[in-house]
Design a protein around this ligand. Structure first.
Ligand code: ATP
Length: 438
């Protein structure tokens, strides 16, 4: 068993070295808790969001998709309670000037340098901006701290335009911003991050049942994409821990190298948000049930996950070190659906034009169906190691024999089993092996 901080260091090194995650504005010394996704990270992120979208917007018939703007009318944040209560309570150290959340310190002593701390004060986590040419209070706006409110304010629009009946949900992925105070652990707590949220509208009285269904559904989703069950757990919030709007909340936690931490929260938000928006906007947001002739404000079950935290969990979970024939092998045993590159074509001899052109032709054919790449920049052993480290499920090797027997070798990342396949069958074979992952 490796020491956990070591795993985190290895993850950070892998992310940077292999183009998954870079520090934002790195050449200027970076920007604290803001990250950029490199070429492989961008693919992984797209694959993850697409898997989520496919599971819920395409896979079910009771969910619609939405893509609401980041900027919203500031009244939205009054209604949601973010202007008044989206706060951390902070203390500052009078000696080293570091800032801490009050729940992270004991007594009035700085945990870093032992200096004296200031009195606690409230700090709003929303990032402010101004719209238009004049920077006054009338132009004040916020970068959304959650995607959920874009869904609530569009509830009636989606309901009527899509002729929906309760129960149904609205799903959306997108950026959110929080001026987080405690940072660190790579992307775990970022100031700009992405969420994948569903607001599922149900009839009051059926909310408990739907809440439990969604907890199970979301827990199973991570496992279906390869997260080891032993690294995932549910943690129900105690009554005194619940957010002011929630009747119940369960966190899905992942055992990160730095400890068990929240990956996703599933909350029963009751009718809090719709009620608040109805009150501040003056619009009737009630649902009319044609069958029973009842009018009511639906309750909402919200599975709210983080894209960046999920990526971190999927990467750490997949990272594998093993001994193969006396040598250390590093591989990323990530689910094929998420793998940034699905297949790599590697010519055994790069100075043989016929081999190179055959390998390039196979790559071009694969590219019609998936993210595939050609690589001839090193010896075959090193090329395999590179692909293993970034989690490419299939490597296709073109060798001298390929020119006469018209066959190539396809190697499976996890079993390392090699199959000799006809050149004209390679695409079909790889697509079949990837089964729905492309
Ligand atoms: P925490 O308690 O860790 O701050 P939270 O309970 O405030 O998280 P929610 O408001 O429930 O988080 O947001 C839903 C999801 O959005 C979280 O489970 C997480 O995956 C993601 N998320 C929230 N804040 C951040 C952040 N600063 N950086 C990355 N992801 C975040």
């Amino acid at each position: 068993m490796q020491k956990q901080p070591e795993v985190m260091e290895k993850m950070m090194s892998l992310c940077k070295r292999r183009g998954f995650i870079f520090q934002s504005s790195e050449i200027y010394g970076g920007l604290s808790s803001v990250w950029d996704y490199g070429p492989l990270g961008a693919e992984l992120k797209r694959n993850l969001k697409e898997a989520w979208w496919r599971s819920y917007v395409y896979g079910r018939d009771d969910i619609e998709g939405l893509d609401a703007a980041i900027l919203m009318n500031p009244l939205v944040w009054m209604a949601s309670g973010h202007v008044t209560s989206f706060e951390d309570t902070l203390v500052d150290c009078l000696s080293c000037r570091k800032r801490f959340k009050v729940e992270h310190v004991t007594g009035k002593i700085c945990p870093e340098c032992g200096g004296a701390l200031t009195e606690a004060r409230q700090f709003n986590l929303m990032l402010k901006t101004h719209l238009g040419p004049v920077e006054d209070s009338a132009s004040l706006s916020y970068l959304r701290p959650e995607t959920a409110q874009g869904i609530f304010v569009n509830f009636s629009n989606v309901l009527s335009s899509m002729r929906r009946k309760i129960p149904f949900g609205i799903a959306q992925t997108g950026k959110s911003f929080r001026n987080e105070v405690t940072t660190g652990n790579l992307t775990f707590r970022s100031r700009e991050f992405e969420q994948m949220e569903i607001e599922f509208f149900v009839k009051p009285g059926t909310d408990e049942e739907w809440y439990h269904k969604w907890v199970e559904e979301r827990f199973g989703w991570y496992i279906s994409l390869g997260i080891k069950k032993a690294n995932l757990r549910k943690r129900e919030h105690a009554k005194d821990e619940l957010a002011h709007y929630a009747k119940g909340c369960t966190d899905i936690e992942y055992q990160f190298p730095f400890g068990w931490s929240e990956l996703e929260g599933i909350a029963n938000r009751t009718d809090f948000d719709l009620k608040q928006h109805a009150r501040l906007s003056g619009k009737d947001l009630q649902y009319f049930d044609e069958e029973t002739k009842e009018k009511y404000l639906p309750y909402v079950i919200e599975p709210s996950g983080g894209v960046d935290r999920s990526i971190l969990a999927f990467l750490t979970d997949a990272y594998t070190e093993e001994e193969v024939r006396g040598e250390k092998r590093f591989s990323l045993k990530i689910h094929k659906t998420l793998a940034p590159i699905k297949a790599a074509v590697l010519p055994l001899l790069r100075n043989r034009p016929e081999i190179v052109s055959l390998a390039r032709a196979i790559t071009a054919e694969l590219k019609d169906n998936m993210k595939a790449m050609y690589d001839d920049t090193a010896s075959i052993g090193r090329l395999y190691r590179r692909q293993d480290e970034i989690g490419t499920p299939y490597c296709i090797t073109v060798d001298v024999d390929s020119l006469s027997d018209h066959k190539v070798t396809v190697r499976d990342r996890d079993s390392m089993k090699q199959d000799r396949i006809g050149v004209d069958k390679v695409k079909e074979y790889v697509v079949e092996q990837l089964k729905g992952a492309v």
